[in-house]
Design a protein around this ligand. Sequence first.
Ligand SMILES: Cc1cc2nc3c(=O)[nH]c(=O)nc-3n(C[C@H](O)[C@H](O)[C@H](O)COP(=O)(O)OP(=O)(O)OC[C@H]3O[C@@H](n4cnc5c(N)ncnc54)[C@H](O)[C@@H]3O)c2cc1C
Length: 427
Amino acid sequence: MIENNNEVPGYQLLAAHRPAVVVEASTSEDVRDAVRLAAARGEPVAVQATGHGLTRPLDGTGVLITTGGMTAVEVDPARRTARVEAGARWRDVIDAAAPHGLAPLSGSLPGVGAVSYTLGGGIGVLARRYGFAADHVRRVDLVTADGELRQVTHKTDPGLFWALRGGGGNFGVVTGIEIELMPVARLYGGTLTFDLARTPELLPAWYRWTAGLPEEMTSAVAAIALPGQHTGTVRIAYLGSQKDGDELLEPLRAMNPLADEVQEIPFTRSEAVFAEPDQPHAYRGDNLLLDAVDPDKLPALVERAGPGAPAMCVVGLRHLGGALSRPAGIPNAVGHRDAGYLLGVLSPTTPEQVPEVRALHDELLEPWSPHAVGRSLNFLFDDLDDLDAQEKIESAFDPADYWKLTALKADLDPAGLFRANFPLLPG
Ligand SMILES: Cc1cc2nc3c(=O)[nH]c(=O)nc-3n(C[C@H](O)[C@H](O)[C@H](O)COP(=O)(O)OP(=O)(O)OC[C@H]3O[C@@H](n4cnc5c(N)ncnc54)[C@H](O)[C@@H]3O)c2cc1C
């Protein structure tokens, strides 16, 4: 335990926790002690694994539990499961699973923390084939507001088990999760890069291409306004053979990409699909889950988010559907399985530019609201303390589920001890 008045840095540089106390946890007991300490002090608890999803920093009060000392991953190859400690990044899980020909349902960047990603749903590179990461959790080890460490499963506590998988960090501090691994060792994947000045029809063409794709194909498209160039990317993660993949990709390749880096890769190199920066930076982002996309609206979106935009923007669509649209084997709180696409917008920004960036994101998303069924929690990169934010969080859930979640939160954490990344209740 360290008395602390300094900022604790993470990946998101727009904000940092400034807690009263930092507990660098190495064991579940450390987590339990930290929760009890916070309860005794009458101060909130926050958790940081990597800082990729920092949305509600502590400011001068509270206990911050850092989980960077809890990164163990134990794979059980016979059961195809892994026990993943609170601070493990997807990189740790991918590397532990690969020698057994197995892979987790990790996302675009292996540097992201496995636990928080999974609590928020988790839309990964194999999402259309296997569904949400939260659909494949077997057990959650959780320290609750009473300071007890519980092993939460469908059998021990079905209500809490339902809520944890999709409801974010609202119900306690997770010390570890047991997840299913998939029999995946390789994929045919990578990026096709286009010059949008030469291929302005890329986004509508990609959208039309996604109709009728097999579930083995998970893909995304984006327009990125880089200095002096407006770049289009199509991200590909295909679980079939290279030959079948080449056939599927023909219409995209016929549009003359500037670069074609789609190739056979081991799953250990799955970060090549999205090729995202792994350097800490300052960013804001928002999203909408859409049940339908009007392709005629895409050129205006690309134009408005392009080089003439008041802030640098990445706008894009992820193709959902497939296994994401089916209920989890054991139901969970993940909402809006009817969404076919995730429309996301992200901007690197300075603190001074944030209001302008927010206004731009609102403007870019607004025309899509008639077909928005809600938002995806994991792709909300914002300060989530104000009332606008509450609406966004509520919109991530089916209304009846949201009320179930808030009732459970009020029951299990009446004092609002846990300062969750996606607060179910204001305050
Ligand atoms: C570059 C980038 C790529 C991404 N790609 C994807 C993607 O492909 N798919 C996807 O679904 N999401 C993606 N995300 C979103 C990511 O899953 C969330 O931001 C997630 O919350 C990050 O978790 P973390 O542990 O890395 O970050 P942290 O900032 O350390 O954690 C985020 C929050 O989670 C809560 N939390 C963390 N650990 C615990 C715990 N042990 N118990 C309880 N609560 C806890 C805390 O409230 C904490 O503030 C991406 C984010 C970034 C920045």
